[in-house]
Design a protein around this ligand. Sequence first.
Ligand code: G6P
Length: 367
Amino acid sequence: FLVDKGNHRHFMHKEIHEQPEVISHTLGNYIDFTNGKAKALELPWDFAKIDRLAISACGTAYLAGLIGKYWFERLARLPVDIDIASEFRYREMPLSKNSAALFVSQSGETADTLASLRYCRKEGVPIGVVVNVRESTMAREADVILPTLAGPEIGVASTKAFTCQLSVMAALAVRAGVARGHISPDEEQKLVKQLAEAPRLASQVVKLEEQIEKVSRDLAHHRDVLYLGRDTNFPLALEGALKLKELSYIHAEGYAAGELKHGPIALIDENMPVVVIAPYDRIFEKTVSNMQEVAARGGKIILITDKKGAEKSTVNTIDTIVLPDVPEIIAPILYALPVQMLAYFTAVFMGTDVDQPRNLAKSVTVE
Ligand code: G6P
């Protein structure tokens, strides 16, 4: 069927704006809002009995899996191995009987992810796919389909599929936490309520667009950009750098903020913009000290945070993007949006082909 851009200049812009709605659809599939519970899905594994979850994916879907690791380990105390599928398929990872495998893919056709799935099939572990295209090969070959209800995604760089993948994994991690006895019924109610806030908060965050467009205008004049974050903001830093380089062709790197001193600090001078993703949380102060190291070397900081973070940060930034206060569990879903918008508008200023960046394909079905 026909998908058009509507009033949007690019599919990517349209897809960024669709996020509040598609996140809501997706969450509705995994959460029983009326009873405040994560739905008990029919899974080919029992969360209470497995001792390891192997997640594997490519590109942006891999980064969704990386955030999933933080959730599963924190909320369910379930150890997660996360791999880039092109590595997983050849590294002969031993999988025990008590493992389950989860693959994340928008298209359900990415060659490396599919090969990893088939490796796990041979190893005899139960297989789930978080997938957007339900008629895909991965959907057919998995034991369970965990759909993202993002609708068709046309922009080559994934946006709404990513936040829907995150929505599925957050809900699944809550479910796993309940099943494994780490989340009490009261806590479950509370977490479900917080998850339910994601769509409304996402529509507020999308409204920051004008400010982010201004920040992007400046970013477009640089050759290199560094992204930093800790905890779930670390995968978001990787995602920010990935999006910026693939859309605008500006060289960008994402780093765990704590690794700054082990390498990237050597690159910092007054020509280096550093995007820091840091809502006010229990490790905010740690990230502030990394920002101080950047500021001391003249680096230009663009801070993406919330009100409290903006107040408590003692460093000079060239720009501070202030999001509404969001519950910790949904922070990665919401902080993904400014990161996407920053890459989008920078690319628009650079005049690149945003929906179809050079050399990239939407679905990579060859190795
Ligand atoms: C390509 C796309 C990315 C996507 C990746 C994985 O590189 O440009 O946006 O994240 O493939 O694709 P999949 O369909 O498996 O999610």
